[in-house]
Design a protein around this ligand. Sequence first.
Ligand SMILES: Cc1ncc(COP(=O)(O)O)c(C=O)c1O
Length: 379
Amino acid sequence: MATTAPVTRPANPRFSSGPCAKPPTHALTALADAPLGRSHRAAEGKAKLKQAIEETRQILGVPADYKIGIVPASDTGAYEMAMWSLLGERHAEMVAWESFGTGWVTDVAKQLKIEHTVHTADYGHIVDMSALNYDHDVCFTWNGTTSGVRMPNGDAIPADRAGLTLCDATSAAFAMDLPWDKLDVTTFSWQKVLGGEAAHGMLILSPRAVERLESYTPPWPLPKIFRLTKGGKLIDGIFEGATINTPSMLAVEDYLFSLAWAREVGGLQGLIARADANAQAVFDFCDQHDWIDNLAVEPATRSTTSVCLKFTDDRITDGAAFAKAIAKRLADENVALDIGAYRDAPPGLRIWCGGTVETADIQAMLPWLAHAFETAINA
Ligand SMILES: Cc1ncc(COP(=O)(O)O)c(C=O)c1O
């Protein structure tokens, strides 16, 4: 059945899973207060960096005795810095259910070459987190950005574990509840849920992670960019805004804008509610159409940020080509940009539903998806 094109277009067609849409009120003129051309070590720059750390703590509810640092190279920099600095003291449990987790497994298996066990699940599924040995260090991703499968909660992680948990939370922080008592290392990047700029990563350390840093020296060399300790003591300055190397003060200003916006929409609970509403609109659409489904098999594990969808219609012969054509058609119509599935993931679509996206835009986009499907399947 051919359908006519919907009339309404989303006001903002940006549904990319990273860099993600800017907050709806964002404007470059709002960054005019950035101390450009000034040293980041001058009082003004340092105060901005410290403010970014403290507002992150307030909004995310990070405990006062956890350290928060701004580090180079986005989430990848933050997570690899943690792995290179902390791992090797004991066996590692490497957990992956999509591409980014798999990348961390490769780091440990092929680069660090430490004793480890690999736990994987296929796209759409999750690893049984209760089957891990928490006397070991455990590396995992809270929300699998490329499969749309997330941890439902942290209940499987014991409070009295002997090992450390290293959590890549880049597409979860500011959209999902993170149980800080279960997380020893948490990393994320500004370019994800808050729609900030890439470049810098956030590294959050529990007291036990700091204790490990101060009591253990890994056997491999560490470049300056990864070094968190000096003479066996944590470099406290990193966690007070004295970054290891030069940050972009424009990116810092942009992050401060996002944090201020986050407070305006109700802080963490407001952001979670926005992502939940966006994702629910997509879930409802899947329930109403028998040709599309969530890639996440278990409803409790469905991501509310990177919602991954697969086409299930029997008439589709080449799934990858079909999904690509739909994503292209929606981009050409300027109703949804960058929604093709990640290159390593099964063919389909990935619709970013984090809090910077407006539910009205998701609702305006979905009829276009139905129209594109009907047009392509009947072509
Ligand atoms: C789960 C996860 N980990 C790591 C990364 C890499 O982040 P970055 O490019 O900010 O280093 C991403 C980016 O999409 C991600 O989704």
